[in-house]
Write a protein that binds this ligand. Structure first.
Ligand SMILES: Nc1nc2c(ncn2[C@@H]2O[C@H](COP(=O)(O)OP(=O)(O)OP(=O)(O)O)[C@@H](O)[C@H]2O)c(=O)[nH]1
Ligand SMILES: [Mg+2]
Length: 465
Protein backbone atom coordinates (compact mmCIF):
# COMPACT_ATOMS: atom_id res chain seq x y z
CA UNK A 1 0.00 0.00 0.00
CA UNK A 2 1.47 3.35 -1.07
CA UNK A 3 0.91 6.10 1.42
CA UNK A 4 1.76 9.17 -0.61
CA UNK A 5 -0.84 8.82 -3.34
CA UNK A 6 -4.34 10.24 -3.31
CA UNK A 7 -7.14 7.87 -2.39
CA UNK A 8 -10.90 7.99 -2.97
CA UNK A 9 -13.89 5.91 -1.89
CA UNK A 10 -17.62 6.07 -1.32
CA UNK A 11 -17.98 6.50 2.45
CA UNK A 12 -21.70 5.74 2.71
CA UNK A 13 -23.48 2.38 2.20
CA UNK A 14 -24.50 1.44 -1.34
CA UNK A 15 -28.16 1.67 -2.27
CA UNK A 16 -30.92 4.22 -2.17
CA UNK A 17 -30.71 6.91 0.48
CA UNK A 18 -30.88 10.67 0.95
CA UNK A 19 -27.23 11.38 0.25
CA UNK A 20 -24.03 9.56 -0.61
CA UNK A 21 -20.59 10.84 0.37
CA UNK A 22 -17.45 10.36 -1.67
CA UNK A 23 -14.22 11.05 0.13
CA UNK A 24 -10.82 11.93 -1.34
CA UNK A 25 -7.61 12.27 0.67
CA UNK A 26 -4.02 13.01 -0.26
CA UNK A 27 -1.71 15.66 -1.64
CA UNK A 28 -3.49 15.79 -5.03
CA UNK A 29 -7.05 15.80 -3.66
CA UNK A 30 -7.88 19.29 -4.89
CA UNK A 31 -6.15 18.85 -8.23
CA UNK A 32 -7.96 15.59 -8.98
CA UNK A 33 -11.30 16.83 -7.67
CA UNK A 34 -11.01 20.04 -9.70
CA UNK A 35 -11.28 17.97 -12.90
CA UNK A 36 -14.87 17.00 -12.15
CA UNK A 37 -16.08 19.61 -9.64
CA UNK A 38 -17.20 22.97 -10.96
CA UNK A 39 -18.16 25.57 -8.34
CA UNK A 40 -20.57 28.29 -9.56
CA UNK A 41 -19.53 31.91 -10.26
CA UNK A 42 -16.51 30.89 -12.35
CA UNK A 43 -14.64 29.73 -9.28
CA UNK A 44 -12.47 26.61 -9.07
CA UNK A 45 -12.19 24.22 -6.17
CA UNK A 46 -8.93 25.94 -5.18
CA UNK A 47 -10.94 29.12 -4.47
CA UNK A 48 -13.24 27.41 -1.96
CA UNK A 49 -12.88 28.31 1.68
CA UNK A 50 -11.62 25.37 3.80
CA UNK A 51 -14.18 23.52 5.95
CA UNK A 52 -17.17 25.14 4.27
CA UNK A 53 -19.88 23.44 2.22
CA UNK A 54 -20.35 24.88 -1.27
CA UNK A 55 -22.90 23.89 -3.90
CA UNK A 56 -21.09 22.74 -7.06
CA UNK A 57 -21.81 21.02 -10.34
CA UNK A 58 -20.21 17.61 -10.78
CA UNK A 59 -19.40 16.73 -14.35
CA UNK A 60 -17.79 13.91 -16.26
CA UNK A 61 -14.01 14.06 -16.39
CA UNK A 62 -12.83 15.84 -19.53
CA UNK A 63 -16.39 16.76 -20.44
CA UNK A 64 -17.55 19.77 -18.37
CA UNK A 65 -20.78 20.00 -20.40
CA UNK A 66 -21.93 16.58 -19.16
CA UNK A 67 -23.36 17.13 -15.65
CA UNK A 68 -23.64 14.06 -13.40
CA UNK A 69 -25.05 15.70 -10.28
CA UNK A 70 -25.24 18.89 -8.24
CA UNK A 71 -23.65 18.38 -4.84
CA UNK A 72 -22.35 20.03 -1.68
CA UNK A 73 -18.58 19.94 -1.61
CA UNK A 74 -16.24 20.58 1.32
CA UNK A 75 -12.48 20.97 1.09
CA UNK A 76 -10.65 20.37 4.37
CA UNK A 77 -7.08 21.44 3.82
CA UNK A 78 -4.17 19.74 5.58
CA UNK A 79 -3.45 19.34 8.38
CA UNK A 80 -6.92 20.12 9.75
CA UNK A 81 -8.77 17.06 8.51
CA UNK A 82 -9.68 13.52 9.54
CA UNK A 83 -6.61 12.06 7.86
CA UNK A 84 -4.26 15.00 8.40
CA UNK A 85 -4.03 15.34 4.57
CA UNK A 86 -6.14 17.56 2.35
CA UNK A 87 -9.56 15.93 2.14
CA UNK A 88 -12.39 16.69 -0.28
CA UNK A 89 -15.85 15.38 0.52
CA UNK A 90 -18.62 15.33 -2.04
CA UNK A 91 -22.17 15.04 -0.68
CA UNK A 92 -24.11 13.95 -3.75
CA UNK A 93 -27.65 12.65 -4.14
CA UNK A 94 -28.15 9.12 -2.88
CA UNK A 95 -28.96 6.25 -5.22
CA UNK A 96 -27.10 3.63 -7.11
CA UNK A 97 -25.55 5.60 -9.97
CA UNK A 98 -24.41 9.12 -9.08
CA UNK A 99 -21.85 8.16 -6.41
CA UNK A 100 -20.45 5.38 -8.62
CA UNK A 101 -20.05 7.73 -11.59
CA UNK A 102 -18.35 10.39 -9.43
CA UNK A 103 -15.96 7.84 -7.93
CA UNK A 104 -15.15 6.47 -11.38
CA UNK A 105 -14.40 10.03 -12.53
CA UNK A 106 -11.98 10.59 -9.66
CA UNK A 107 -10.21 7.29 -10.36
CA UNK A 108 -9.88 8.24 -14.04
CA UNK A 109 -8.28 11.52 -12.99
CA UNK A 110 -5.57 9.85 -10.92
CA UNK A 111 -6.99 8.85 -7.55
CA UNK A 112 -6.56 5.29 -6.30
CA UNK A 113 -9.43 3.35 -4.74
CA UNK A 114 -8.88 3.39 -0.96
CA UNK A 115 -8.35 0.11 0.87
CA UNK A 116 -10.46 -0.84 3.89
CA UNK A 117 -9.68 1.52 6.79
CA UNK A 118 -7.10 3.47 4.79
CA UNK A 119 -8.47 6.92 5.69
CA UNK A 120 -8.21 6.10 9.40
CA UNK A 121 -4.82 4.43 8.92
CA UNK A 122 -3.57 7.70 7.41
CA UNK A 123 -5.04 9.55 10.41
CA UNK A 124 -3.04 7.20 12.66
CA UNK A 125 0.18 7.62 10.66
CA UNK A 126 -0.23 11.40 10.67
CA UNK A 127 -0.72 11.47 14.44
CA UNK A 128 -4.39 12.45 14.22
CA UNK A 129 -5.53 9.42 16.16
CA UNK A 130 -3.96 6.80 18.40
CA UNK A 131 -4.36 3.08 17.76
CA UNK A 132 -6.77 2.72 20.69
CA UNK A 133 -8.87 5.58 19.35
CA UNK A 134 -8.98 3.85 15.95
CA UNK A 135 -10.21 0.73 17.75
CA UNK A 136 -12.83 2.86 19.50
CA UNK A 137 -14.06 3.98 16.06
CA UNK A 138 -14.58 0.32 15.08
CA UNK A 139 -16.41 -0.33 18.36
CA UNK A 140 -18.55 2.75 17.84
CA UNK A 141 -19.53 1.65 14.34
CA UNK A 142 -20.27 -1.91 15.50
CA UNK A 143 -22.05 -0.91 18.73
CA UNK A 144 -25.31 -2.78 19.32
CA UNK A 145 -26.28 -1.17 22.62
CA UNK A 146 -26.34 2.31 24.20
CA UNK A 147 -23.72 1.25 26.72
CA UNK A 148 -21.35 -0.07 24.04
CA UNK A 149 -21.78 3.12 22.07
CA UNK A 150 -21.10 5.26 25.14
CA UNK A 151 -17.93 3.41 26.16
CA UNK A 152 -16.61 3.60 22.60
CA UNK A 153 -17.43 7.31 22.43
CA UNK A 154 -15.63 8.03 25.72
CA UNK A 155 -12.64 6.05 24.49
CA UNK A 156 -12.75 7.95 21.20
CA UNK A 157 -12.38 11.25 23.03
CA UNK A 158 -8.94 10.00 24.06
CA UNK A 159 -9.69 9.11 27.72
CA UNK A 160 -8.13 5.66 27.49
CA UNK A 161 -5.12 6.96 25.59
CA UNK A 162 -4.63 9.70 28.22
CA UNK A 163 -4.59 7.14 31.04
CA UNK A 164 -2.11 4.92 29.24
CA UNK A 165 0.08 7.87 28.30
CA UNK A 166 0.13 9.09 31.91
CA UNK A 167 1.32 5.67 33.13
CA UNK A 168 3.85 5.51 30.29
CA UNK A 169 5.26 8.94 31.14
CA UNK A 170 5.75 7.91 34.78
CA UNK A 171 7.61 4.77 33.69
CA UNK A 172 9.66 6.85 31.28
CA UNK A 173 10.63 9.31 34.05
CA UNK A 174 11.82 6.42 36.26
CA UNK A 175 13.71 4.79 33.38
CA UNK A 176 15.40 8.11 32.50
CA UNK A 177 16.46 8.67 36.08
CA UNK A 178 17.91 5.15 36.39
CA UNK A 179 19.69 5.50 33.06
CA UNK A 180 21.09 8.98 33.81
CA UNK A 181 22.44 7.78 37.15
CA UNK A 182 24.17 4.86 35.38
CA UNK A 183 25.65 7.09 32.64
CA UNK A 184 26.66 10.04 34.86
CA UNK A 185 27.36 8.58 38.30
CA UNK A 186 29.22 11.72 39.40
CA UNK A 187 26.40 14.09 38.53
CA UNK A 188 23.16 12.14 39.04
CA UNK A 189 22.34 10.22 42.20
CA UNK A 190 20.52 6.93 41.57
CA UNK A 191 16.94 6.85 42.87
CA UNK A 192 16.43 5.33 46.32
CA UNK A 193 15.35 1.70 46.06
CA UNK A 194 12.47 2.17 48.54
CA UNK A 195 11.20 5.17 46.59
CA UNK A 196 11.37 3.23 43.34
CA UNK A 197 9.46 0.32 44.83
CA UNK A 198 6.78 2.72 46.01
CA UNK A 199 6.47 4.38 42.58
CA UNK A 200 6.32 1.03 40.80
CA UNK A 201 3.65 -0.26 43.14
CA UNK A 202 1.56 2.91 42.57
CA UNK A 203 1.84 2.34 38.81
CA UNK A 204 0.75 -1.27 39.16
CA UNK A 205 -2.26 -0.02 41.14
CA UNK A 206 -3.29 2.15 38.20
CA UNK A 207 -2.79 -0.69 35.73
CA UNK A 208 -4.80 -3.05 37.93
CA UNK A 209 -7.69 -0.58 38.01
CA UNK A 210 -7.76 -0.53 34.22
CA UNK A 211 -7.50 -4.34 34.02
CA UNK A 212 -10.31 -4.73 36.58
CA UNK A 213 -12.57 -2.72 34.27
CA UNK A 214 -12.04 -5.16 31.40
CA UNK A 215 -15.02 -7.40 32.23
CA UNK A 216 -17.28 -4.37 32.44
CA UNK A 217 -15.89 -3.00 29.19
CA UNK A 218 -16.43 -6.29 27.39
CA UNK A 219 -20.00 -6.52 28.64
CA UNK A 220 -20.69 -2.92 27.58
CA UNK A 221 -19.26 -3.61 24.15
CA UNK A 222 -20.41 -7.16 23.41
CA UNK A 223 -23.38 -7.51 25.75
CA UNK A 224 -24.06 -9.96 28.57
CA UNK A 225 -23.87 -13.61 27.49
CA UNK A 226 -26.92 -14.93 29.29
CA UNK A 227 -27.71 -18.65 29.47
CA UNK A 228 -31.24 -19.71 30.45
CA UNK A 229 -30.71 -23.07 32.11
CA UNK A 230 -32.65 -25.62 34.11
CA UNK A 231 -34.05 -29.13 33.87
CA UNK A 232 -36.68 -29.94 31.20
CA UNK A 233 -40.17 -28.45 31.42
CA UNK A 234 -39.44 -25.84 34.12
CA UNK A 235 -40.31 -23.00 31.69
CA UNK A 236 -36.96 -21.86 30.21
CA UNK A 237 -38.38 -21.26 26.73
CA UNK A 238 -41.39 -19.56 28.32
CA UNK A 239 -38.99 -17.21 30.17
CA UNK A 240 -37.19 -16.46 26.88
CA UNK A 241 -40.54 -15.68 25.22
CA UNK A 242 -41.59 -13.49 28.16
CA UNK A 243 -38.34 -11.53 27.95
CA UNK A 244 -38.84 -11.07 24.20
CA UNK A 245 -42.58 -10.48 24.63
CA UNK A 246 -43.30 -12.82 21.74
CA UNK A 247 -43.61 -16.54 21.14
CA UNK A 248 -40.14 -17.12 19.72
CA UNK A 249 -39.33 -20.55 21.15
CA UNK A 250 -41.60 -23.58 20.98
CA UNK A 251 -43.25 -24.25 24.34
CA UNK A 252 -45.00 -27.55 25.14
CA UNK A 253 -45.66 -29.54 28.25
CA UNK A 254 -43.46 -32.35 26.88
CA UNK A 255 -40.09 -32.43 28.68
CA UNK A 256 -37.24 -32.13 26.18
CA UNK A 257 -39.00 -29.72 23.80
CA UNK A 258 -35.94 -27.51 23.21
CA UNK A 259 -33.17 -29.61 21.70
CA UNK A 260 -30.89 -27.02 20.14
CA UNK A 261 -29.92 -23.65 21.58
CA UNK A 262 -31.93 -20.58 20.54
CA UNK A 263 -30.26 -17.16 20.59
CA UNK A 264 -31.86 -13.73 20.74
CA UNK A 265 -30.71 -10.26 21.81
CA UNK A 266 -32.69 -7.75 23.87
CA UNK A 267 -31.69 -4.40 25.30
CA UNK A 268 -32.07 -3.98 29.05
CA UNK A 269 -31.39 -0.53 30.45
CA UNK A 270 -29.02 0.16 27.56
CA UNK A 271 -27.00 -3.04 27.75
CA UNK A 272 -27.45 -5.94 25.31
CA UNK A 273 -28.54 -9.26 26.81
CA UNK A 274 -27.44 -12.07 24.49
CA UNK A 275 -29.97 -14.66 25.57
CA UNK A 276 -29.54 -18.36 24.90
CA UNK A 277 -32.40 -20.71 25.60
CA UNK A 278 -30.91 -24.14 26.18
CA UNK A 279 -32.06 -27.74 26.17
CA UNK A 280 -33.25 -28.89 29.60
CA UNK A 281 -30.46 -30.74 31.40
CA UNK A 282 -31.38 -34.24 32.63
CA UNK A 283 -29.64 -37.55 32.98
CA UNK A 284 -32.19 -39.63 31.02
CA UNK A 285 -32.00 -38.43 27.43
CA UNK A 286 -31.84 -39.81 23.90
CA UNK A 287 -28.91 -39.25 21.49
CA UNK A 288 -30.18 -35.95 20.02
CA UNK A 289 -31.10 -34.58 23.41
CA UNK A 290 -27.67 -35.53 24.78
CA UNK A 291 -25.99 -33.31 22.17
CA UNK A 292 -28.31 -30.46 23.17
CA UNK A 293 -27.46 -31.00 26.84
CA UNK A 294 -23.73 -30.84 26.06
CA UNK A 295 -24.36 -27.49 24.36
CA UNK A 296 -26.29 -26.32 27.44
CA UNK A 297 -23.30 -27.14 29.65
CA UNK A 298 -20.95 -25.32 27.29
CA UNK A 299 -23.27 -22.30 27.45
CA UNK A 300 -23.05 -22.30 31.24
CA UNK A 301 -19.25 -22.36 31.01
CA UNK A 302 -19.05 -19.33 28.71
CA UNK A 303 -21.92 -17.29 30.20
CA UNK A 304 -21.54 -13.95 31.99
CA UNK A 305 -24.90 -14.58 33.61
CA UNK A 306 -26.99 -17.73 34.19
CA UNK A 307 -30.75 -17.56 34.61
CA UNK A 308 -31.37 -20.77 36.53
CA UNK A 309 -35.04 -21.65 36.09
CA UNK A 310 -36.67 -23.87 38.73
CA UNK A 311 -40.26 -25.17 38.75
CA UNK A 312 -41.34 -23.96 42.19
CA UNK A 313 -44.51 -26.06 42.07
CA UNK A 314 -42.52 -29.29 42.30
CA UNK A 315 -39.97 -30.54 44.82
CA UNK A 316 -36.28 -30.11 44.00
CA UNK A 317 -34.91 -33.02 41.94
CA UNK A 318 -31.49 -34.56 41.43
CA UNK A 319 -31.29 -32.80 38.03
CA UNK A 320 -31.85 -29.43 39.78
CA UNK A 321 -29.00 -30.24 42.16
CA UNK A 322 -26.69 -31.18 39.31
CA UNK A 323 -27.43 -27.90 37.51
CA UNK A 324 -26.95 -25.95 40.76
CA UNK A 325 -23.45 -27.42 40.96
CA UNK A 326 -22.70 -26.41 37.39
CA UNK A 327 -23.75 -22.76 37.96
CA UNK A 328 -22.35 -22.47 41.50
CA UNK A 329 -19.31 -20.44 40.40
CA UNK A 330 -21.27 -18.32 37.92
CA UNK A 331 -23.07 -15.04 38.39
CA UNK A 332 -26.58 -16.49 38.68
CA UNK A 333 -30.15 -15.31 39.10
CA UNK A 334 -32.54 -18.04 40.23
CA UNK A 335 -36.07 -17.86 38.85
CA UNK A 336 -38.67 -19.66 40.97
CA UNK A 337 -40.99 -20.12 38.02
CA UNK A 338 -44.62 -21.28 37.85
CA UNK A 339 -45.32 -19.13 40.91
CA UNK A 340 -48.94 -18.88 39.74
CA UNK A 341 -49.38 -22.50 40.95
CA UNK A 342 -49.28 -23.67 44.57
CA UNK A 343 -45.55 -23.62 45.35
CA UNK A 344 -43.38 -26.05 47.33
CA UNK A 345 -39.99 -24.33 46.94
CA UNK A 346 -39.03 -21.08 48.67
CA UNK A 347 -35.92 -18.86 48.77
CA UNK A 348 -34.40 -20.70 51.74
CA UNK A 349 -34.55 -24.02 49.87
CA UNK A 350 -32.30 -22.51 47.21
CA UNK A 351 -29.64 -21.63 49.79
CA UNK A 352 -30.02 -24.73 51.95
CA UNK A 353 -30.86 -27.51 49.55
CA UNK A 354 -29.18 -26.34 46.37
CA UNK A 355 -26.23 -24.88 48.21
CA UNK A 356 -25.77 -21.85 45.95
CA UNK A 357 -25.66 -18.10 46.62
CA UNK A 358 -27.21 -16.44 43.59
CA UNK A 359 -27.15 -12.68 43.05
CA UNK A 360 -30.95 -12.72 43.31
CA UNK A 361 -33.85 -15.12 43.68
CA UNK A 362 -37.02 -13.97 41.93
CA UNK A 363 -40.52 -15.38 41.68
CA UNK A 364 -41.78 -15.55 38.11
CA UNK A 365 -44.69 -16.82 36.12
CA UNK A 366 -43.91 -17.11 32.44
CA UNK A 367 -47.06 -18.88 31.33
CA UNK A 368 -48.17 -15.99 29.12
CA UNK A 369 -45.40 -14.22 27.24
CA UNK A 370 -47.31 -10.94 26.89
CA UNK A 371 -48.17 -10.46 30.59
CA UNK A 372 -45.74 -12.59 32.51
CA UNK A 373 -45.10 -11.95 36.19
CA UNK A 374 -41.66 -11.11 37.65
CA UNK A 375 -39.99 -10.45 34.27
CA UNK A 376 -39.77 -6.69 34.90
CA UNK A 377 -38.07 -7.43 38.25
CA UNK A 378 -35.63 -9.64 36.38
CA UNK A 379 -34.81 -6.88 33.89
CA UNK A 380 -34.34 -4.38 36.70
CA UNK A 381 -32.02 -6.75 38.58
CA UNK A 382 -29.90 -7.36 35.49
CA UNK A 383 -29.78 -3.68 34.68
CA UNK A 384 -28.58 -2.85 38.23
CA UNK A 385 -25.96 -5.59 37.98
CA UNK A 386 -24.40 -4.49 34.72
CA UNK A 387 -25.44 -0.95 33.87
CA UNK A 388 -25.95 0.94 37.13
CA UNK A 389 -24.01 4.21 37.08
CA UNK A 390 -21.94 3.18 34.06
CA UNK A 391 -23.92 4.82 31.30
CA UNK A 392 -23.69 8.42 32.41
CA UNK A 393 -20.17 8.38 33.80
CA UNK A 394 -17.17 9.41 31.75
CA UNK A 395 -15.18 6.47 33.11
CA UNK A 396 -13.64 4.52 30.29
CA UNK A 397 -13.40 0.73 30.36
CA UNK A 398 -10.86 -1.40 28.57
CA UNK A 399 -12.88 -3.52 26.17
CA UNK A 400 -10.51 -5.26 23.87
CA UNK A 401 -8.24 -8.28 24.22
CA UNK A 402 -5.32 -6.71 22.39
CA UNK A 403 -5.19 -3.78 24.80
CA UNK A 404 -5.61 -6.07 27.79
CA UNK A 405 -2.74 -8.35 26.67
CA UNK A 406 -0.43 -5.36 26.33
CA UNK A 407 -1.42 -4.06 29.77
CA UNK A 408 -0.78 -7.50 31.27
CA UNK A 409 2.68 -7.51 29.64
CA UNK A 410 3.41 -4.05 31.08
CA UNK A 411 2.24 -5.18 34.50
CA UNK A 412 4.41 -8.30 34.39
CA UNK A 413 7.48 -6.21 33.45
CA UNK A 414 6.90 -3.79 36.34
CA UNK A 415 6.32 -6.72 38.69
CA UNK A 416 9.71 -8.16 37.63
CA UNK A 417 11.32 -4.78 38.31
CA UNK A 418 9.76 -4.70 41.78
CA UNK A 419 10.96 -8.23 42.56
CA UNK A 420 14.52 -7.41 41.45
CA UNK A 421 14.60 -4.27 43.57
CA UNK A 422 13.36 -6.26 46.55
CA UNK A 423 16.26 -8.73 46.04
CA UNK A 424 18.77 -5.88 45.76
CA UNK A 425 19.67 -6.67 42.13
CA UNK A 426 21.67 -4.09 40.12
CA UNK A 427 19.80 -1.27 38.40
CA UNK A 428 20.79 -2.25 34.84
CA UNK A 429 18.36 -5.20 34.97
CA UNK A 430 15.70 -2.84 36.21
CA UNK A 431 16.24 -0.64 33.17
CA UNK A 432 15.49 -3.58 30.83
CA UNK A 433 12.20 -4.27 32.64
CA UNK A 434 11.17 -0.63 32.46
CA UNK A 435 11.92 -0.62 28.73
CA UNK A 436 9.72 -3.71 28.32
CA UNK A 437 6.92 -1.96 30.20
CA UNK A 438 7.30 1.14 28.02
CA UNK A 439 7.10 -0.87 24.84
CA UNK A 440 4.02 -2.82 26.04
CA UNK A 441 2.23 0.41 26.99
CA UNK A 442 3.22 1.95 23.65
CA UNK A 443 1.52 -0.95 21.86
CA UNK A 444 -1.83 0.20 23.19
CA UNK A 445 -1.63 3.72 21.81
CA UNK A 446 0.36 2.58 18.79
CA UNK A 447 3.66 4.31 19.53
CA UNK A 448 5.69 1.10 19.61
CA UNK A 449 3.41 -1.30 17.85
CA UNK A 450 4.40 -3.93 15.26
CA UNK A 451 3.21 -3.59 11.70
CA UNK A 452 1.15 -6.82 11.79
CA UNK A 453 -0.88 -5.51 14.72
CA UNK A 454 -1.58 -2.25 12.90
CA UNK A 455 -2.59 -4.23 9.79
CA UNK A 456 -4.89 -6.40 11.88
CA UNK A 457 -6.61 -3.40 13.50
CA UNK A 458 -7.25 -1.63 10.19
CA UNK A 459 -8.38 -4.78 8.39
CA UNK A 460 -11.51 -4.62 10.54
CA UNK A 461 -12.58 -1.31 9.00
CA UNK A 462 -14.73 -0.94 5.90
CA UNK A 463 -13.75 0.84 2.69
CA UNK A 464 -14.34 4.58 2.96
CA UNK A 465 -13.51 4.77 6.71
N1 LIG B 1 -48.42 -22.64 35.26
C1 LIG B 1 -47.30 -22.30 34.62
N2 LIG B 1 -46.87 -23.01 33.57
C2 LIG B 1 -45.74 -22.64 32.94
C3 LIG B 1 -44.98 -21.52 33.35
N3 LIG B 1 -43.90 -21.40 32.54
C4 LIG B 1 -43.99 -22.41 31.66
N4 LIG B 1 -45.10 -23.16 31.90
C5 LIG B 1 -45.55 -24.34 31.16
O1 LIG B 1 -44.61 -25.38 31.37
C6 LIG B 1 -44.48 -26.18 30.20
C7 LIG B 1 -43.02 -26.22 29.77
O2 LIG B 1 -42.60 -24.92 29.37
P1 LIG B 1 -41.32 -24.67 28.46
O3 LIG B 1 -41.12 -23.21 28.43
O4 LIG B 1 -41.46 -25.41 27.18
O5 LIG B 1 -40.23 -25.37 29.36
P2 LIG B 1 -38.67 -25.62 29.05
O6 LIG B 1 -37.96 -25.50 30.31
O7 LIG B 1 -38.22 -24.79 27.92
O8 LIG B 1 -38.69 -27.14 28.62
P3 LIG B 1 -37.64 -27.95 27.70
O9 LIG B 1 -37.45 -27.20 26.42
O10 LIG B 1 -38.34 -29.24 27.47
O11 LIG B 1 -36.40 -28.12 28.46
C8 LIG B 1 -45.40 -25.56 29.17
O12 LIG B 1 -46.62 -26.26 29.19
C9 LIG B 1 -45.59 -24.14 29.67
O13 LIG B 1 -46.81 -23.57 29.27
C10 LIG B 1 -45.45 -20.77 34.47
O14 LIG B 1 -44.85 -19.80 34.93
N5 LIG B 1 -46.61 -21.21 35.05
MG1 LIG C 1 -37.53 -25.21 26.09
Amino acid sequence: MKLNDTIAAIATPRGSGGIAIIRISGGDSEKIASEIILPYNNKTIFDLESHKLTLCKICESGNPQYIIDEALVAVMRAPKSYTGETVVEINCHGGYLAADRILRGLLTCGARLAEAGEFTRRAFINGKTTLCEAEAIIDLMNATSDSGLHNAAVSLTGRLGEKITAIRESVLALASHVSAAADYPDEVDPPESAELIQSLSALRGKIKKLLDGFDTGRVLRDGVRTAIVGRPNVGKSSVLNALLRCDRAIVTDIPGTTRDTIEEVISVGGVALRLTDTAGIRSAADEVEKIGIEKSKENIRTADLCLFVIDSSEPITEDDRRIAKAVSKKRTVVLLNKSDKPTVICEDDVYNELNISPVAILKTSALKSENAFGIDDLKETVSEMFVSGKLNSDEVYLSNERQRDSLLKADAAIERAEAELNCGMPYDLLFIDLEDALSALGEITGETVQQEIVDDVFSRFCVGK
